[in-house]
Design a protein around this ligand. Structure first.
Ligand code: CTP
Length: 400
């Protein structure tokens, strides 16, 4: 196995000595280990100990740029395959839960896309404190993983829960994480995601479109990437940045989108049709700006091709996931679309729900399949996308 990169974030508690042992164990297990320390961690152990154990530079100051060609906290954030905060104090847990970035560790953690594991170490009463509990819950919901502390004698003299997990046990967990048969359920899968509205030209200055922001589709693309897939994102006109490690193809009309998807369909394993595709386009798009006339005007519209239905009809091995944007009788229409388009899943959302729909950062959906329905509460679109795709991939691909 290629050497995996583990970034250890050491915050200030008496358990810092265990982080030195953890560094040593990880290096012995053939991981490339780099260490970041807070100011308070340095009160317990000097950076030199970690440098010697990891045989790498130790990062303590956001503004101490060791290499002028790079920005250290971004570079480290991108470098890591896994970040472990050990020991994690109540303070760093509180900062992370609130998005605070005021030192090397917290800025790097905000900038990373790598999984983050937190190994708390603190006094038993601090660990049980309501604020600390709340912060940990927020981080769990944000997708961070906790390495539960053990019970036993604590440095403060108490006996109880708060001892950082032993370095050997953490190392074993890291080894298992990287060698597990299929930690990424969509690894090796090719996924096409469509997102945003389509734009249908009336003349060179006018068009028909809809309010889709593309946020849900972009979130689906990112979630598929994070689950290991190779993602192509076919995007209608939206003002969203291209997510890292995703191939983006910009299109304008329903016809362009159809062409972009169909030409890649044979190689695709999964197609996720999040785009709000126009159902009609002007029958004749004028080459020149249409001048106003006396009286009213009408634009003759013709149907566009239903992309999902076309894919459903030509399906061989692909898994098809569609969306249904509804304002009423959402589930009934959703079930109907599952059948009429020969999709495997339809994600139904009521666009009139104040917590969901176009433009919002949150969404409320029900996942409809031939097996039944599963409802989700109002969730951030990214988190929702992750939950939906994790559930679908476990059902469809994870037979371990
Ligand atoms: N869709 C598509 N091509 C179209 C219209 C819709 O691929 N021309 C896809 C959408 O991307 C979505 C699903 O079909 O995954 C349902 O889209 P929606 O707009 O909810 O429904 P319509 O099929 O347009 O049906 P209706 O207008 O009757 O609600």
């Amino acid at each position: 196995m290629e050497q995996k990169k583990v970034l250890l974030a050491v915050t200030g508690g008496i358990a810092v000595y265990k982080a030195v042992a953890l560094t040593s164990k990880l290096v012995q297990a053939n991981f490339d280990v780099k260490v970041m320390m807070t100011e308070s961690a340095q009160q317990f152990v000097t950076p030199l100990s970690f440098q010697a154990m990891s045989r790498n530079d130790v990062y303590v100051d956001t503004f101490d740029e060791k290499d002028s060609a790079k920005i250290a906290h971004i570079d480290l954030a991108d470098w890591a395959d896994l970040i472990i905060v050990a020991p994690a104090t109540a303070n760093v847990i509180g900062k992370l839960a609130n998005g605070i970035a005021d030192d090397m560790i917290t800025t790097t953690l905000l900038a990373t896309e790598a999984p983050i594991w937190i190994a708390p170490a603190m006094n038993v009463h601090m660990y049980a404190n309501r604020a600390v509990e709340r912060n940990m819950q927020v981080l769990r919901e944000d997708g961070l993983t906790f390495i539960e502390p053990g019970e036993g004698y604590l440095a403060c003299g108490y006996v109880g829960k708060g001892r950082m997990e032993e370095p050997e046990a953490i190392t074993e967990r890291v080894v298992r994480y990287f060698t597990e048969a299929n930690p990424l359920p969509l690894k090796g899968k090719r996924v096409i995601v469509t997102a945003g509205p389509t734009l249908e030209r009336i003349d060179p200055v006018r068009y028909i479109s809809n309010f889709s922001s593309g946020k849900m589709g972009f979130a689906m693309a990112e979630a598929a990437r994070d689950l290991g897939a190779d993602v192509t994102l076919v995007a209608g006109p939206v003002s969203l940045d291209t997510p890292a490690r995703i191939q983006r193809i910009d299109v304008e009309s329903a016809a362009d989108m159809l062409e972009a998807v169909l030409s890649r369909y044979d190689e695709a394993d999964i197609v996720i049709k999040s785009a709000a595709v126009a159902d009609y386009r002007p029958k004749h798009a004028a080459d020149q700006k249409m001048k106003k006339q006396e009286g009213d005007a009408a634009i003759e519209l013709e149907r566009t091709t239903d992309i999902l239905k076309t894919l459903g009809a030509q399906k061989t091995h692909q898994l098809l996931i569609g969306f249904a944007a509804e304002t009423n009788d959402a589930l009934t229409y959703g079930r109907g679309k599952l059948e009429s388009k020969n999709a495997d899943y339809i994600i139904v959302n009521d666009v009139t729900n104040p917590d969901g729909g176009f433009g919002n950062d949150t969404n409320v959906v029900t996942l409809v399949s031939r097996e039944g329905e599963k409802s989700y509460p109002a969730l951030d679109k990214r988190m929702l996308a992750h939950q939906l795709l994790t559930y679908i991939s476990e059902k469809e691909f994870d037979h371990s």
